[in-house]
Design a protein around this ligand. Structure first.
Ligand SMILES: [Zn+2]
Length: 209
């Protein structure tokens, strides 16, 4: 899509992501905005139409799975998409400074970080990484909450983690919550299926549908 076609509203942005993912799934990708003209056109200013906060998993390559290009997505990722103050700050930047109308929180099936947290809950996590334990500890409350509700399946827990992440984001960031209330921002939580390449929405907030 050219700059003039940039999605402006939460609904337009979500539709653009859904359409791009559909092209990816059906092997009809257009590879937009990946040439030298685009590179030059946006060199002085970025205006991404969506922010993505997703798992760092190497199979979740944002621009590929949504068939977009340079300057389209503001991407923040870490293992298990675990919120931290720096991440909330990055997303606030996307909303306040870049005017991004959509935040997508993207988990996926068979997530290693969620699996490690399940293992930890069962006393089976073996890791020398001090900060791996720190990351797992941030997901742990969700796993315990799921277990209390009788849910032990990794995909159920991943869905709950996406919901909890969005709740935490909206609770901690007044700027983001206010942008949603003002109708300027939508937030979508979704799950990505690694094998099928498909995005499945779990929760939508704001003027999306
Ligand atoms: Zn993952």
């Amino acid at each position: 899509m050219s700059t003039s076609q940039r999605p402006q509203t939460p609904r337009e942005a979500w539709n653009a992501l859904k359409e791009g993912n559909h092209r990816f799934v059906t092997e009809s990708r257009e590879h937009p905005n990946q040439d030298a003209d685009r590179r030059t056109a946006i060199a002085l200013q970025q205006k991404p139409f969506a922010a993505l906060f997703g798992c760092a998993d190497s199979r979740l390559s944002a621009e590929i799975i949504f068939d977009v290009g340079l300057g389209d997505l503001f991407v923040v990722r870490n293992a298990g998409q675990v919120l931290a103050e720096t991440i909330i700050g990055s997303l606030e930047y996307a909303v306040e400074v870049l005017g991004t109308p959509l935040i997508l929180v993207l988990g996926h099936d068979e997530c290693g970080a969620i699996r490690a947290t399940i293992d930890s809950t069962e006393g089976k996590l073996v890791s020398e990484g001090e900060f791996i334990h720190n990351l797992v500890a941030r997901i742990q409350p969700t796993v315990e909450e799921a277990n209390r509700a009788g849910k032990f399946d990794i995909d159920d827990i991943t869905e709950l983690h996406v919901q909890d992440t969005i709740n935490e984001l909206l609770t901690r960031s007044t700027l983001i919550a206010n942008a949603v209330k003002a109708g300027k921002l939508g937030v979508v939580g979704a799950n990505y299926r690694l094998s099928a390449g498909e995005i499945h929405p779990i929760v939508t907030i704001g003027d999306i549908n």
